[in-house]
Design a protein around this ligand. Structure first.
Ligand SMILES: Cc1cc2nc3c(=O)[nH]c(=O)nc-3n(C[C@H](O)[C@H](O)[C@H](O)COP(=O)(O)OP(=O)(O)OC[C@H]3O[C@@H](n4cnc5c(N)ncnc54)[C@H](O)[C@@H]3O)c2cc1C
Length: 306
């Protein structure tokens, strides 16, 4: 369960008590504040705080004294210009703080994004919950035969059932041992000191859930989303990125729309690829052999054109 009834009551209480502010607020984001959006089997993403909106991006770009907004259309045009020309700092004026609950193996990929501020739940101080990510059957896949860093078709029948049984049994066995080691009584009921939590946790598998607060500016968030909402990203982090994408679309609709167009929907072409495209437009038959590109580059180029 991503959120317990007590935690939900706290969230509801926060959402019942609005505060007045002179700061810019984004109506779409106000609707998201504090609410937990479930991800995977026990995870979630929820917005804790944010700063700025679409207008704040334009305000910073124009170094304005007031709101800086000329007209919505004007602002949208400016935001698209900034995105198209890789002007990053106006987007850095917006910030978001998220509370994320995620499996440790997803956290290991996520933490590689260094341009954020993180505070993680301490498993030295607190006892971890018995919550492990067990993939839904449709996400139990075979190793890909074309991409060493990816998965292929869905495992079926007995093999899939066996894999899921192993994942569940290993997780539970590791957690049973964790409890035994930190417990104040031994298996025979006799009192024991109990192993330090900072040591007992080392036996837990990386599908156990952790939590953190993650604060990042919009420019670096877009960078994260471009990499992690991409088809090449592992499914288990992609679903978090997809959830954040929906939140960002409501927070800064113009900036998100420009990001969707230029970054998620767009592509970067090398000089060779651009040359091939020009030759194709002239009616020349261009193949991998006469393209000057490697097989891998050609495959990706074809993917872009498709
Ligand atoms: C599909 C996929 C597969 C991956 N596979 C692997 C893998 O097999 N092994 C692996 O180790 N990693 C892997 N990664 C992680 C990847 O290499 C990056 O570490 C990760 O995506 C974070 O990107 P970043 O450094 O650009 O982001 P951030 O850390 O947020 O940095 C953003 C930008 O800031 C600048 N920057 C930040 N810190 C520094 C610094 N100290 N010095 C100079 N410039 C800096 C860089 O321009 C950087 O692009 C993978 C990522 C993806 C998306």
């Amino acid at each position: 369960m991503p959120i317990s009834p007590e935690q939900q009551a706290e969230i509801d209480e926060l959402r019942r008590t609005p505060v007045q502010t002179l700061r810019a607020t984004a109506p779409g984001m106000e609707a998201h504040l504090y609410t937990a959006h479930p991800v995977l089997d026990h995870g979630f993403v929820r917005v804790i705080d944010y700063m700025g909106d679409d207008a704040a991006i334009c305000q910073a770009a124009r170094v304005s004294y007031g709101k800086g907004t000329k007209s919505v259309q004007n602002d949208e045009g400016l935001i698209r210009y900034l995105m198209r020309h890789w002007h990053s700092t106006p987007f850095e004026m917006c910030e978001i703080k998220l509370h994320v609950k995620l499996p440790v193996f997803v956290a290991r990929q996520w933490i590689r994004h260094r341009t954020a501020n993180v505070n993680e739940y301490s498993a030295r101080y607190s006892i971890l919950d018995r919550e492990f990510y067990i993939p839904a059957p449709e996400h139990v896949n075979a190793q890909s035969v074309v991409n060493n860093q990816g998965r292929g078709g869905v495992l079926e029948g007995e093999e899939a059932a066996r894999v899921l049984d192993i994942l569940k049994a290993d997780s539970n066995r590791a957690y049973d041992h964790y409890e035994q080691m930190i417990g104040e009584t031994g298996p025979d009921g006799a009192p024991q000191d109990g192993l330090a939590r900072e040591l007992a946790r080392m036996n837990l598998p990386s599908n156990i859930y952790t939590q953190w607060y993650w604060k990042v500016d919009l420019h670096n968030l877009f960078h994260f989303l471009r990499l992690r909402a991409d088809a090449h990203a592992q499914y288990e982090i992609r679903v978090y990125a997809d959830t954040i994408c929906k939140v960002v679309a409501d927070w800064v609709p113009a900036a998100y729309s420009a990001f969707e167009d230029y970054r998620l929907g767009g592509a970067t072409l090398s000089g060779k690829a651009l040359d091939c495209l020009r030759r194709m437009l002239k009616g020349e038959e261009v193949t991998q052999e006469n393209s000057g590109m490697s097989k891998g580059e050609w495959r990706e180029f074809e993917g872009v054109l498709r």
